[in-house]
Design a protein around this ligand. Sequence first.
Ligand code: 6PG
Length: 246
Amino acid sequence: MVFIVNYKIQISKSIEELSEHFAQLLIEKVNNSKDCFYLALSGGSTPKRIFEYLTAHHYKSVDWQKVNFYWGDERCVPPTDHESNYKMAYNSLLNKLQIPASNIFRIKGENDPQFEADNYSAEIINHLKIENNFPRFDLIMLGLGEDGHTASIFPNQISLLTSDKIYSTAIHPDSGQTRITITGKVINNARNIVFIVTGKSKSKIVDRVFNNKVDAKKYPASFIKPLNGKLFWLLDKEAASQLRGN
Ligand code: 6PG
């Protein structure tokens, strides 16, 4: 399958500058959208810093009332657990916005994993527009793990990239933690996919994935290429340090 890839890379001097780039992207996409904006949040330490920045600097710039919040993945823990992606997003962003609770669609990590993967898949199908036979998000935030995982699609479960499921269960290869994750076809069906990657520890994997190095096919993030959307890589200079010219 040949991908038509539109992508844009922005390399920032700091997490604050990267967060501002993300904020401007979100403002442009949300405020120009006609109706509901379907946004899938990511977990991880970098998104947490971005959420805090949005709260501090763009509380009023984004038309938050339009945004329906979903998650790209969740750990199978209760929403009160420190591991919960929902808890992180709620504490760093959502509870600061005056938005109705009905705009927030968390993955219920406390449920049986398979039940919840199926339940959340049904919610997504019911709420989002179906295009190219899959639900279409307006924007999906993604992080990048040092092993090349994104969302909770890990190298040892690369079949989740081609699954026809909307969300699936997954197992973290190191911790053994059960997760629920969006699948590759839904990610690639999005209008906008935004990788957010910071820190020196990510420089090697960024080079391998971004420059499509020989072993790139081992890394799930290498397969993230929107079918007819836009791909953005927001990196800080440390994460980009092994890319040519940096
Ligand atoms: C999660 C994320 C995961 C994360 C990457 C990068 O639930 O943790 O889905 O894919 O985005 O592991 O995390 P950092 O931004 O913390 O490096």
